[in-house]
Design a protein around this ligand. Structure first.
Ligand code: FES
Ligand SMILES: [Fe+2]
Length: 366
């Protein structure tokens, strides 16, 4: 680590990151007949519903010959391996073995819960805790427009830092939502005094929150700060594996509620979301390559990197101390430089962290 904020990125997935609930699938995608596979922390799992409709999660690997169970089907609430027909219940117990003498050989399971239209699993070694305090639910007056799942070939922390950064928009998203945007003289994240993770992007009409371990929740005024039309987004970046992300993306609007019923709208949102992600992806993958080569991706943070730095600081603490590390701006022992960041100061922080002088402060109106 060679910057004054003492934060650093790594492709390693520390054990402490496992002790959280992660939403791995949207509820609407898991029916009664077809299992759904996913990867988390470099291990393959499969979701299915038992005969009561309750979601279950077991290892995506048959105990017999390691065939992926996600290639099979669900019969009366049990998942059937497509190779020789062994059937598993929600406890991972093999309850039917055709054409041979049955032996007991249960496979691994994960704790599962379903809430807020998402299926959550607990991959940790500790006892499952509570869901994140901001477990995404749709805000009042918003209508769900799209729920998308994307598997990306990039590290989830780098992807989160990308989503927690708006200063890049006029340079990166020139083919999509930021086409024609002027480059403002100053961009800053004005966080609430009580938390480094919630605040407003100045001069953009965007409110944003990071919710550990993996959520970026944002609300965008589509016609400026005080407009009545907003787009609400939830991004969940899951540690699919080293250098790999599973992204769950939810989009909602507080106007045009009828849009969701228009044929093709979901495809349109999917197309747009893909294009935006592709604009980011090549850059973040490039960072990942440099990181593998030994580069420090937090070598020179500046004022508008505040939210990304706050995320990385949280993650570094989890890597060092585990998931029960307390987070509060009043934490004793926090480095003075980080305190300056999380308490919202825009004064020069220290060393390599750059802040503009007051004469270049952003305009108050836009
Ligand atoms: S590999 Fe699954 S039943 Fe044989
Ligand atoms: Fe971006």
């Amino acid at each position: 680590m060679n910057n004054s904020l003492n934060v650093s990125a790594t492709l390693d997935l520390a054990n402490g990151l496992r002790n959280f609930w992660y939403p791995v699938e949207f509820s609407k995608n898991l029916g009664m007949a077809d299992p759904l596979g996913f990867e988390l922390f470099d291990q393959c799992w499969v979701l299915f519903r038992d005969d009561q409709g309750t979601a279950a999660c077991i290892l995506d690997e048959c105990a017999h010959r390691a065939c992926p169970l996600s290639l099979g089907k669900v019969i009366q609430g049990r998942i059937q391996c497509p190779y020789h027909g062994w059937e598993y219940d929600r406890q991972g117990e093999c309850v039917h073995m055709p054409s041979c003498q049955a032996i007991s050989n249960p496979i691994l399971t994960l704790p599962v819960m379903e809430q807020g239209g998402m299926i959550w699993v607990w991959p940790g070694t500790d006892e499952p805790g509570a869901l994140p305090s901001l477990a995404p639910t749709l805000p009042d007056n918003f209508t769900l427009q799209a729920e998308l799942v994307m598997d990306l070939e990039v590290e989830h922390g780098l992807m989160l830092e990308n989503l927690l950064d708006l200063a890049h928009a006029p340079f990166t998203h020139t083919g999509t939502f930021a086409k024609g945007w002027p480059v403002p003289p100053f961009v800053r994240f004005a966080n609430a005094a009580t938390t480094p993770w919630t605040g407003h992007w100045d001069p953009y009409p965007i409110h944003m929150t990071f919710e550990p371990p993996c959520f970026v929740i944002s609300t965008i005024g589509l016609r400026g700060k005080d407009c009545g039309r907003h787009l609400h987004q939830v991004h969940a970046c899951l540690p699919r594996g080293q250098g790999r992300t599973r992204l769950l993306y939810r989009l909602a609007l507080d106007f045009g509620h009828w849009l969701r019923w228009v044929p093709g709208t979901h495809c349109l949102w999917q197309h747009l979301a893909n294009r935006v992600i592709q604009e980011d992806l090549r850059l973040v993958q490039g960072q990942q390559e440099r990181l593998k080569g030994g580069a420090n991706v937090w070598n020179q943070p500046v004022g508008y990197d505040k939210l990304g730095v706050a995320y990385r600081h949280w993650r570094n603490q989890v890597e060092r101390h585990g998931s029960d590390w307390p987070e509060s701006p009043a934490d004793e022992g926090r480095e003075p430089a980080l305190n300056a960041i999380v308490t919202g100061s825009d004064a020069p922080i220290t060393g390599s962290v750059v802040s503009l002088p007051p004469s270049q402060a952003p305009p108050t109106g836009h």
